[in-house]
Design a protein around this ligand. Structure first.
Ligand SMILES: [Zn+2]
Length: 272
């Protein structure tokens, strides 16, 4: 599932390609992604609007449009945006085509159909965004905020970091890598961290995410960039998916446990 660095990679590529382009038409091949909105309503809301810029909050993609509106997308498991030359017919996983005024197609494709698209006049009108916690690159995300938020929680550290209502954008891969970099056990109660440990965690969150964005995200199964290239951060993973392999720092075999039905990978020696 794409996490913050993969979505940021896509957003940067779309933001380089789309601003100034006007949506001439919208073709919907499967309406699952529209959350119950009638295809004709979705089409009418987008037609004739021009993309100003593409941004991100947590794992949501935000297309700012003029006249004022927002197309808000979430890739979930297997959603993808592709910018393509005109095509004669949709491919099997194409869900929506946005025909642009320069002849190109912005294609939303989704193998498993969990991705979502919505058009809203104001971002505050979008329920998913309204429920979202802080983005790790927002100005409000500080070590002091993190210390206070962790202290108020009863959850294990990993659960807290995965909770999009607290911090928006992290998932299983980056939480594993961040906790390894911070030398903190995913099993620790969030509220048990000392000030120095919170500072380590705060620095690790920003450092790992920055590095992953710099490497254009992680491709393990499905993630592809807008031009279909893969990310490269999979070559820099230390613990995720490495159960039984030696820890790069201490040679202890990386452990795997299940938390919230998801695999947790960590070094039982380095992460305390
Ligand atoms: Zn270790």
């Amino acid at each position: 599932m794409p996490e913050l660095p993969e979505v940021e990679t896509i957003v940067r590529e779309l933001d380089a390609a789309l601003p100034g382009r006007t949506v001439r038409d919208v073709r919907i091949f499967r309406a699952d992604a529209l959350g119950g909105v009638a295809p004709a309503v979705f089409r009418a809301a987008l037609r004739g609007r021009t993309v100003q810029r593409v941004a991100r909050r947590g794992k949501f993609l935000l297309f700012h449009l003029q006249p004022e509106a927002w197309l808000v997308g979430h890739l979930r498991m297997t959603g993808k945006f592709v910018v393509s030359p005109p095509l004669p017919a949709p491919e099997p996983h194409h869900r929506v085509w946005f025909a642009l005024d320069d002849g190109a197609l912005l294609i939303f494709q989704d193998l498993r159909c969990f991705g979502t698209l919505a058009v809203v006049e104001r971002l505050a009108d979008h329920a998913g965004l309204a429920a979202l916690g802080l983005d790790p690159f927002s100005r409000r995300f500080t070590a002091a905020w993190l210390a206070e938020a962790l202290a108020a929680s009863r959850a294990p550290l990993k659960h807290w970091l995965m909770d999009q209502r607290k911090l928006a954008g992290l998932g299983n891969i980056y939480v594993a890598e961040i906790l390894y970099a911070a030398r903190l056990s995913p099993l620790r109660p969030a509220a048990s961290l000392a000030a120095e440990e919170v500072a380590r965690l705060y620095r690790a969150i920003r450092r790992i995410l920055r590095k992953a964005i710099h490497k254009s995200g992680t491709t393990i199964r499905d993630f592809r960039r807008v031009d279909d290239r893969t990310g490269e951060f999979q070559n820099f993973l230390r613990v995720y998916g490495k159960a039984g392999q030696p820890c790069p720092a201490c040679r202890t075999p990386i452990a795997r446990r299940v938390q919230q039905q998801r695999s947790t990978f960590y070094c039982p020696t380095c992460q305390t």
